[in-house]
Design a protein around this ligand. Sequence first.
Ligand code: G3P
Ligand code: MG
Length: 246
Amino acid sequence: MTRKPWPLPFWIAHRGAGKLAPENTLAAFRLGAQYGYRAFECDVKLSSDGLPFLLHDAILERTSNGQGVAGEQRWRELSLLDAGSWHGRSHAGEPLASLEAAARFCIANRFALNIELKATPGQELLTGQVLGREVLRLWAGSGLAPLFSSFDPLSLQGARQSAPEVPRGLLLDSLRSGWLDEALGLGCQAVITNFRLMDRTTLETIHAAGLRALVYTVNDPAAAQTLIAAGVDGIITDAVDRFSPA
Ligand code: G3P
Ligand code: MG
């Protein structure tokens, strides 16, 4: 079966550099790159004034000195927060990254990016729609394209509406009824599961449908070996110091 162009190499650094640097910041991307990574996963949501930026949680407390729901705050205020001190003193003052900053870093270095649409609850469709437009703007003329992924079908639907040509992957943390039809119905090129779900049957089902099969978040060498032997198409890892993409 002929497959469409695919934007990612096999090894993908989770949230930039896993747990070795403050997640979803440019400091993490830089550290992941120092370990030889050429592809990065990050979580993206919208500020209250519609600017896409990198943050995993809906709220700010765990990974910054901010408080409350991130998506209810303007980028001007969010951009002044310290998103590094929580991780360690050497990262004090590290700002939250806008998607634009992450895009510039990746495009300049010819790195690939997996943008996980991690919408503030209630903004799933809008987040996908805005991100589709932003990706077309930011990556225009670069010859590169990111991969969109999401656990939320509405976000993927939104991205498909505004940027149908940008590839999409459905994230799964359970093999719920109808998951393959859902991925196909959303025009996805990939299914990205929790690695514990990816047995040979699941892998063959995904491949037989003409899709790629990726897994998150694999940090154990034995688990990685098993998944590689089974034929997965990509691994998202925190363990950038343990697995060398070369
Ligand atoms: O995209 C794979 C992985 O990042 C999904 O889980 O919670 O780390 O965003 P989470
Ligand atoms: Mg993620």
